[in-house]
Design a protein around this ligand. Structure first.
Ligand code: SF4
Ligand code: SF4
Length: 87
């Protein structure tokens, strides 16, 4: 990973539990979630990166986190990390 990529990852990762890396980006189910339509397209892995930039104007329309391997691997609870913030 280049220095630039490491810095970008460090900036995105707010969680002390879930890393923001290629594996979690690959496994994340957010892009298929109805609530995600209100987020910026490029935003994913909210359990690591924290809430969406659009959080102030969002409503809960369902959450896919419970079906996600990242959720299971890290024994997460709850969901709606795009609105509630990182795990
Ligand atoms: S955190 Fe949950 S509600 Fe938010 S976009 Fe991801 S799956 Fe959907
Ligand atoms: S637990 Fe939710 S926010 Fe985290 S990677 Fe999975 S789908 Fe994305």
């Amino acid at each position: 990973m280049s220095l630039r990529e490491r810095v970008e990852t460090a900036v995105k990762q707010k969680s002390k539990i879930v890393p923001f890396n290629d594996q979690t980006k690959e496994l994340c189910q957010c892009a298929d979630c109805p609530t995600h339509e209100q987020c910026e397209k490029a935003e994913i892995v909210f359990c690591s990166a924290g809430d969406s930039d659009n959080n102030d104007s969002m409503a809960q329309k369902g959450c896919q986190c419970g079906t996600c391997e990242v959720f299971q691997q890290h024994s997460l609870a709850g969901g709606y990390y795009c609105m509630e913030g990182e795990a």
